[in-house]
Design a protein around this ligand. Structure first.
Ligand SMILES: [Zn+2]
Ligand SMILES: [Zn+2]
Length: 127
């Protein structure tokens, strides 16, 4: 039968454990992350971009991001492939995927600049 001192120390260490794990807002699954780094769904890395999802790579949690689109998976149009390699397979250890990411970023920048130019043109014609 435990003495009261032992019970005390048990209670105290129990509480310390709760403190250590109590704040789950800091867990990785609550922060945006690349699909390849998702703590909830295992990722299967393929060296080359493949047209269809590899072995469950299409599974996502609400905070999974598309590495290529730099956007939430819900905003990615090529997550499961289609007319482009499936973005759900993307991971930063592959040179080919890294190139795709750079290209996609360049395209986004170009689209934003084009939109800005358009807006500028409209403003000028109004003046
Ligand atoms: Zn995730
Ligand atoms: Zn994407």
């Amino acid at each position: 039968m435990p003495t009261s001192a032992e019970q005390q120390s048990f209670k105290r260490s129990n509480r310390r454990d709760q403190w250590a794990t109590g704040d789950d807002s800091l867990l990785a699954e609550h922060l945006p992350h690349q699909r390849a780094l998702c703590p909830l769904h295992p990722f299967h890395a393929a060296e080359r971009p493949i047209a269809a999802p590899v072995d469950g790579n299409e599974a996502t949690c609400p905070n999974c991001y598309c590495l290529i689109c730099d956007a939430r998976v819900s905003e990615c149009r090529h997550w499961r492939g289609g007319d482009a390699p499936a973005h759900c397979n993307a991971h930063s250890n592959s040179v080919l995927w890294r190139q795709k990411r750079v290209n996609a970023k360049r395209q986004r920048t170009r689209a934003v600049r084009a939109a800005q130019r358009k807006r500028g043109g409209v403003t000028f014609s109004v003046r």
